[in-house]
Write a protein of this length. Structure first.
Length: 293
């Protein structure tokens, strides 16, 4: 596995690549918000391991979520992020099939990435804890909307103070990472500490755009790719409403809609990567078996 900072279309971002020789498929992972690639390193590693080393996996952080490159107009929009992840995909070694995994707002982006792939290379789309409709009226959207607007600047100032606290690594580990397996804590701590105040500004601006933009369920895309989609909804999930999973299943019966029964949180990276990797690898193995019969 390689973790490095590289330029994607002139924008410095952190990337995680778990690449194998002559893979059967490539798994592109698109983060939620904040888009910190290293938080998804355990998922990428475990997908590759559970697929027997026959697939590659890669993830790039969102543009502007690592400091170092000012965005035109002040921040990178959802459209900018979509172009950014497509550009990252173009840098990866080719594979005969490309599966796309999107988490949270990454699921919204993943649908468009999947739609833009050549038909012959288009694999499955995995929408994990998807935020693809009515974000502003979900419990989390209602509760956190001030943070994305009026309180954005105070939040950035507070983050500057936290970074100066003595023993910040220990404090963050105790406060945020107690549920993370010991072997994965270094990845998560590295990712969290990348959230420089300048990055936090971009994170909060993007979240504000999400609330204003992600309103109607993207039924045209869901319908076009339903047979290759797995939508995994948290139960409960503060970024969803109770009727969202049932609505998606009713309108798109060809899609696989799963309601979590294991209590995995929306931020599944905090201890749920193994379960998500098992879901993804299991569906990939099933497709491979179908193709061979």
């Amino acid at each position: 596995m390689s973790v490095c900072t590289e330029d994607i279309s002139g924008v410095p971002v952190t990337t995680v690549r778990v690449l194998v020789s002559d893979p059967d498929a490539l798994i592109l992972i698109i983060p939620g918000n904040p888009g910190i690639a290293t938080l998804y390193a355990p998922l990428a590693r475990q997908i590759v391991a559970q697929c027997g080393g026959r697939v590659s996996a890669a993830v790039a952080g969102h543009a502007g979520h690592v400091p170092g490159h000012p965005a035109p107009g002040g921040f990178f929009t959802l459209a900018d992020q979509l172009a950014h992840h497509r550009a990252f995909l173009a840098t990866l070694p080719p594979a005969p099939v490309i599966h796309v995994v999107g988490h949270s707002i990454g699921a919204w982006l993943a649908l468009s990435v999947l739609d833009g792939l050549p038909a012959a290379a288009r694999g499955r789309g995995f929408l994990l804890f998807p935020t693809i409709e009515r974000m502003a009226v979900t419990p989390a959207g209602l509760r956190m909307s001030p943070m994305f607007g009026l309180l954005r600047h105070p939040a950035v100032m507070l983050s500057r103070l936290i970074r100066r606290l003595p023993g910040r690594d220990r404090l963050l580990t105790r406060a945020l990472l107690s549920a993370v397996p010991d072997a994965e804590r270094a990845d998560f701590l590295h990712g969290i500490l990348q959230l420089h105040p300048a990055s936090l500004h971009n994170v909060l601006r993007l979240a504000g755009e999400e609330l204003a933009t992600v309103i109607d369920r993207p039924d045209a895309l869901l319908s076009r790719h339903a047979k290759r989609l797995t939508l995994y909804y948290g139960q409960p999930d503060a970024w969803n409403l109770p009727d969202m999973a049932a609505g998606a299943a009713s309108c798109h019966p060809d899609a696989e809609v799963i309601r979590c029964s294991d209590g995995i949180p929306h931020a599944f990276m905090l201890g749920g990567s193994t379960a998500m990797a098992a879901l993804i690898s299991g569906r990939i193995h099933s497709e491979d078996a179908d193709c061979s019969t």
